[in-house]
Write a protein that binds this ligand. Sequence first.
Ligand code: SF4
Ligand code: SF4
Length: 296
Amino acid sequence: MTSQDTPFPNSPVMPEMFEGGKVIRFQCRKGIGCWNQCCSNIDISLTPYDILRLKNRLGVSSTKFLADYTVPYEMEKDGIAGVKMRPVDGGTACRFMKPEGCDVYSDRPTACRYYPVALLSMRKQDEYVDQDRYALVQEEHCLGHQEPRELTVAEYRREQGLEDYDELARGWRQLVLKKKSSGPTIGKPSIKSRQLFFMACYDIDRFRAFFESEAFTGLFALPEEETRQLLADETALLQFAFRFLRQVLFGEMTIPLQEGAAAVRREKVKEKALQQEREAAEKLAQAEDGEVPDDD
Ligand code: SF4
Ligand code: SF4
């Protein structure tokens, strides 16, 4: 592999991508000389499932968790919203770092579980299914690479509880990859679709309120039993949120619409387009008459 293949040039991510069978040498353990160094300077992106686990661990709503513990960011130039952990005020350390270790260990985020392995999800232009590849992150301060333990990446993932975490974030990763690979053909998403993406992926409590509201039930005709099951199971509701986004953002029609709702929606879109045409024509007429058009 050449240096151009390096997934992250000038970073501690090694320039070799591999699959789950790759054997790595690594162990992190209490008492190691670098204890907590990795948690002292964080840059951790959260998956929707990470947020769900952490907000339940802390006993707060997703809305409050997002406000108090995270910062939003834009993933690359695609206009897709992402969420990162917010470090301690005025510092770089994780808010959950304690001298004895991670204070939320059994609910720690995916990125913390993976370290020092990096997950690189990839999707070919014409394929819907993503493929997982990995790379090794080798930072000087991390002495875990010198420990005498060898295991495959697949074994490491199992040990770290990543099989469930990855499975429950898969729908979100596919949405992100799908948007990235559609690139400029679809263009930067509108503010409304970005807000919808943010709510459905990261703010599950607000999504639940939306799911129960007239705005949702007036448009979608979900069977009662399914609605009840989704309201009783937050993890299932999160998976449904991804399905909802696939429908509203990419037109994958899997959620039945209320009778007549589709026609009403089409009418509204038509009316909006006509209104825009009327406004454009008025502005043109004003410009031809030498008037300065209102800039709204
Ligand atoms: S959540 Fe836990 S493991 Fe992850 S950076 Fe914070 S203290 Fe470290
Ligand atoms: S071995 Fe690596 S992962 Fe473990 S505490 Fe040290 S720096 Fe962190």
